[in-house]
Design a protein around this ligand. Structure first.
Ligand SMILES: [Zn+2]
Ligand SMILES: [Zn+2]
Length: 224
């Protein structure tokens, strides 16, 4: 099977009919597999699964007693089903809330849609920034941690294309937790220098002409 991104898998499974639990015949919930390694060391093998979270499901109700008797632990099972298959398995849970945090419910879907909208909005704002040479707005989007990463990455590119040398300092001095973003911002600064025939003085960090042999700010002799 061709490699699918998590987003692509999501688009696919969200359109599938939800299977019915093998034990209670209730519709199962779409569930996002947590990003952890399980017993076999292989992980879940799929980012999304269907899980029966019915507390009256016989598998779940009897599971508490079975596990207590056999292993002396307080835990039970939920029935899981791999998307697009008839394969049902059991997943251990350690309390009634176990695993519920990963249910992809209506709220999660709404949130996802919200993010998609925010991306569209951000990208079209950035289109306008390019058309109008508006580096102030692009910088705002770039530095706003509430913006989706895709918008911020694009904003960094736009800064490279439209910003003046005044933007070098705010771009350099800003901390970015995200590595991809930091690299994009550094590339944008390189591009700004390229467009303005400038560089930063290695001694005082002021922006100077690329051709300068002595820094006009700190007076140091510059390496060629
Ligand atoms: Zn069930
Ligand atoms: Zn200098």
């Amino acid at each position: 099977m061709a490699f699918e991104t998590k987003e692509e898998v999501f688009e696919r499974v969200i359109q599938q009919d939800r299977p019915l639990c093998k034990y209670c015949h209730r519709e199962m919930s779409l569930w996002e597999a947590p990003d952890i390694v399980i017993d076999d060391g292989l992980g879940w093998g799929t980012p999304y699964m269907f899980v029966c979270f019915n507390d009256d499901c016989p598998l779940y109700r009897q599971g508490w007693d079975n596990i207590k008797e056999n292993y002396g632990r307080t835990a039970s099972y939920r029935c899981i089903c791999y998307p697009g298959t008839e394969t049902y398995e059991c997943m251990s849970v350690y309390g009634p809330q176990g695993g519920m945090g990963q249910i992809v419910d209506a709220k999660a879907l709404a949130r996802r849609r919200e993010i998609e909208e925010k991306i569209q909005q951000g990208l079209s704002t950035l289109e306008r920034c390019i058309a109008e040479n508006d580096d102030a707005t692009a910088l705002e989007l770039l530095t706003d941690a509430a913006e989706p990463t895709r918008v911020r990455v694009k904003a960094a590119e736009v800064m490279g294309d439209v910003a003046g040398v005044d933007a070098v300092e705010p771009l350099r001095s800003r901390k970015f937790g995200n590595d991809i973003l930091r690299k994009k911002v550094d590339a944008a600064v390189d591009k700004i220098h390229e467009r303005h025939f400038t560089r930063e003085c290695p001694f005082c960090a002021e922006v100077i002409k690329r051709r300068a042999k002595i820094c006009k700010h700190c007076g140091q002799t510059l390496p060629a």
